[in-house]
Ligand binder design. Structure first.
Ligand SMILES: Cc1cc2nc3c(=O)[nH]c(=O)nc-3n(C[C@H](O)[C@H](O)[C@H](O)COP(=O)(O)O)c2cc1C
Length: 348
C-alpha cells in the first residue's frame, strides 16, 4: 500500500507532503486505524542506559519536532520516539525551499534550521499525549543565541523537559545552525558537558529521577577527532551517544538533481559512513557508553549492520520516507532473528 501512497505524496513538494502525511496519520490514528498500516513488530526488549526499550528500533529526531504527532507515531510500532530538536524560543527556521528529495539515491538534503514551536509548546504536547513509552527529547540552541551563550539555551531546555523525558539528547551536530558543530570540540564541548552534567545532578535530586544525557554527533569527523570526542564523553560521564546526524558530504549523490543544495544529506548514501562512525566510537568508548546508531538505514540489513558494529539501538528517518512504516517492523523482525541466532545485539 505504501508505494501507491508514496507516489501520490511525491507529487507534492517534500515539506507539504511531510505535513500532509503526518496529519493523515494523526486522523487515521484518532479513528483507530493507524495500527492497520503495518504489522505489529515482536517484543525485543533491550535495557540501555537503565531504560527498558520494548524493541531497539526508534524514530530519529526531526520528524516530529514539536510533539504534535506523538501518539500517532507511537502507534506504528517504534520501540522509542525522539522528539525535537526544540529550542528555548520558537523560531521559523530557514526560508523555503529547505528540504529536497533525491529519490534515485533514496536520500534527502535538508537545511530546515531548527524550525520549531519552542520548548514550552513541546512540553504542553507531551503532557497532553497518552504515550507512556520510551521518549527521547532532543534539545538545541536558538539560531540567534551566540555560541558563547549556547550553554544557557541547553540548560533552559533541559530544565523544561527533564521530568517528561526518558532521556535527553544534546544536539551539537546539526549542519544548519551556524557554528553549532563547533560545540563538538575542545573547550566549548567541555564547558557544555560539565554544565549539563552538573544540572542533571541537581535535577536528579529535585525530581528523584535520573534522566540520561545523550549527545548527538556529526558523521563529518575524522578518526582522531572521534577519539577526542569519545575521550571527553567518558571523562564527563555522558550516558549515551547518537551517531550520526546528517552529513555535509555528497558522496553517492554527485550529479543528481538537488545534490548541490546546501544542507545535510541523509538516507542511503549516509549508511556506510554513519556505520563507520559507530564502529570507531564503539572502539574508543570501550563499550562503556551505549551508542544509538542512525544514518542511512533504508532496509533491515542496515539496522543489523549498525548493531553488529556496536550500536545498542537504532533510529530511522529518511528510510521511513522511502520505504514507509513497514520498515519499522521489518527491522525489528530482522534483529529478532539475529538475536535468535545468538549473534551480537546485546543490550547494555
Ligand atoms: C528533514 C530532516 C530534519 C531533521 N531534523 C533534525 C533535528 O531537528 N534534530 C536532529 O538531531 N536531527 C535531525 N535530523 C537528522 C535525523 O535525526 C538523522 O540523524 C539523519 O537524518 C540520519 O538518519 P537517516 O539517514 O535515517 O535519515 C533531521 C533529518 C531530516 C531528514
Amino acid at each position: 500500500m505504501y508505494p501507491l501512497l508514496r507516489s501520490l505524496l511525491f507529487r507534492l513538494g517534500p515539506e507539504a507532503s511531510h505535513t500532509l502525511a503526518l496529519e493523515a496519520l494523526k486522523r487515521t490514528h484518532r479513528l483507530g486505524g493507524a495500527r492497520l498500516l503495518c504489522r505489529r513488530p515482536p517484543l525485543l526488549p533491550r535495557r540501555v542506559m537503565g531504560i527498558d526499550f520494548p524493541n531497539p528500533v526508534g524514530l530519529a529526531a526531526g520528524l516530529d519536532k514539536n510533539g504534535d504527532y506523538l501518539d500517532a507515531l507511537a502507534s506504528l510500532g517504534f520501540g522509542f520516539i525522539e522528539l525535537g530538536t526544540v529550542t528555548p524560543r520558537p523560531q521559523p527556521g530557514n526560508p523555503r525551499p529547505r528540504l529536497f528529495r533525491l529519490p534515485r539515491a533514496q536520500a534527502l538534503i535538508n537545511r530546515m534550521g531548527f524550525n520549531n514551536k519552542g520548548v514550552d509548546h513541546l512540553v504542553t504536547r507531551v503532557r497532553r499525549a497518552r504515550y507512556r513509552g520510551v521518549l527521547g527529547i532532543n534539545i538545541g540552541k536558538n539560531f540567534d543565541t551566540p555560541l558563547e551563550r549556547a550553554t544557557e539555551d541547553y540548560l533552559i531546555c533541559l530544565r523544561r523537559v527533564y521530568s517528561l523525558a526518558s532521556y535527553v539528547v544534546i544536539n551539537v551536530s546539526s549542519p544548519n545552525t551556524a557554528g553549532l558543530r563547533d560545540l563538538q570540540h575542545g573547550e566549548l564541548l567541555d564547558e557544555l558537558l560539565a554544565a549539563l552534567k552538573a544540572e542533571q545532578k541537581l535535577l536528579t535530586v529535585q525530581y528523584a529521577r535520573y534522566v540520561p544525557l545523550v549527545i548527538k554527533i556529526a558523521p563529518d569527523m575524522n578518526e582522531a577527532e572521534l577519539e577526542l570526542v569519545a575521550d571527553r564523553l567518558l571523562a564527563h560521564g555522558i550516558d549515551g551517544v547518537t551517531a550520526t546526524n546528517t552529513t555535509l558530504g555528497r558522496q553517492g549523490v554527485q550529479g543528481l538533481p538537488h545534490a548541490e543544495q546546501a544542507g545535510g544529506l541523509s538516507g542511503a548514501p549516509l549508511q556506510e559512513r554513519a556505520t563507520e562512525v559507530v564502529r570507531l566510537l564503539s572502539r574508543y568508548l570501550h563499550g562503556r557508553i551505549p551508542i544509538i546508531g542512525v544514518g542511512g538505514i533504508v532496509n533491515p540489513e542496515g539496522a543489523l549492520q549498525k548493531l553488529r558494529n556496536g550500536a545498542s539501538l537504532v533510529q530511522l528517518y529518511t528510510g521511513l520516507i522511502y520505504r514507509g512504516p513497514a520498515l519499522i517492523g521489518e527491522s525489528v523482525w530482522a534483529l529478532h532473528e539475529e538475536a535468535l541466532r545468538g549473534l551480537g545485539t546485546s543490550g547494555r
